[in-house]
Design a protein around this ligand. Structure first.
Ligand code: 3PG
Length: 306
């Protein structure tokens, strides 16, 4: 019998787990649940005899992948797959997938919520500013960037985007202005919301050269990954510019150093962009359906290690 492991250090909402189990039961698969584990060895043990695995930000390291003797597919229920050792998966002939777009609205709503929180003096009662009429730059226009654009336009923001991988017309048709370079995005927009993945090209790429270009009362919103920020440069911006704000759902390593910049810095204690019941159901059920289609029909749509 095909055995599928749901390994979630940060568990899905109950409705998502129930839905996933139902899909696997109907397919004749057995579901094994490993939630809230703190020791990576628990994952290494749990993966030993399963055919497929669903994860969130859980780390599918080489050690985990090699421990999965029967493992054929790993699906990351979510967008970013920087937590999977793709080279190790490919070497072992294991298919890795993500579920693009399934949790993007949850992340986008949080990004706008964070913008409002910073603009309104951290909800402490002081006078703030409005988002209406302000320029918002989206660094990348994937599912999350697009969803942020839709909501931001509802706030009356003037939305710009830079994404070299998306045709210009696909962005402008949404009423979003396209800039020609990432530098132009930063020099144009008071708000910049980050939606790029963490990879060898993007790590530490948000640096002083970009941040220092931002207009007065600059605010950067990071609901993407902490690794994309150059943290020394981030600290430099805080000390050099009294008007600079940074709000994050992916706490930087230098979190403790930034706490002194009250009202200009905020980070959630734990990443919660995709922490909604809806996002868990969307991404979890998509992951389960992708596994069933792959095991039964060899369907490799959404494979990321090609
Ligand atoms: C993603 O890449 O999909 C988001 O960062 C959400 O990650 P999570 O499932 O670990 O909350």
């Amino acid at each position: 019998m095909t055995k599928v492991l749901i390994a979630t250090e940060k568990p899905f909402a109950a409705a998502a787990v129930d839905g996933i189990k139902k899909i696997f039961a109907e397919a004749g698969f057995e579901t094994v649940l490993l939630e809230k584990y703190t020791d990576p060895n628990d994952l290494i043990k749990a993966v030993a005899d399963v055919d497929a695995m669903i994860i969130r930000s859980d780390k599918a390291t080489r050690q985990v992948i090699e421990a999965g003797k029967n493992l054929k597919i790993i699906v990351r229920a979510g967008a970013g797959f920087d937590n999977i050792d793709l080279a190790a998966a490919t070497e072992k002939g294991i298919v890795a997938m993500n579920t693009p777009g399934q949790n993007s609205n949850a992340v986008a709503e949080l990004a706008l919520g964070m913008m409002a929180f910073m603009a309104r003096a951290n909800y402490k009662g002081g006078s703030g500013t409005e988002l209406k009429g302000k320029k918002l730059g989206l660094q990348a226009y994937g599912y999350v960037g697009k969803a942020v654009a839709t909501i931001a336009k509802g706030f009356g923001m003037d939305v710009y985007a830079f994404d070299p991988f998306i045709p210009k017309e696909a962005i402008t048709k949404d009423g979003v202005k396209v800039v020609n370079s990432v530098e132009e995005l930063y020099s144009t927009c008071q708000y910049v919301s980050l939606h790029i993945p963490a990879n060898d090209k993007t790590k530490k790429s948000i640096n002083y050269a970009l941040l220092s270009k931002m207009p007065k009362n600059a605010t950067v919103i990071n609901t993407a990954r902490k690794e994309i920020i150059n943290e020394d440069d981030l600290k430099k911006m805080f000390t050099e510019r009294q008007d600079f704000k940074y709000v994050s759902d992916v706490a930087p390593e230098c979190h403790a150093d930034l706490l002194q910049f009250e009202n200009r810095y905020y980070s959630t204690p734990k990443k919660q962009g995709a922490e909604t019941s809806e996002a868990n159901v969307n991404a979890g059920l998509a992951a389960a359906n992708q596994i069933v289609k792959f095991i039964k029909n060899g369907d490799k749509t959404f494979q990321v290690n090609k």
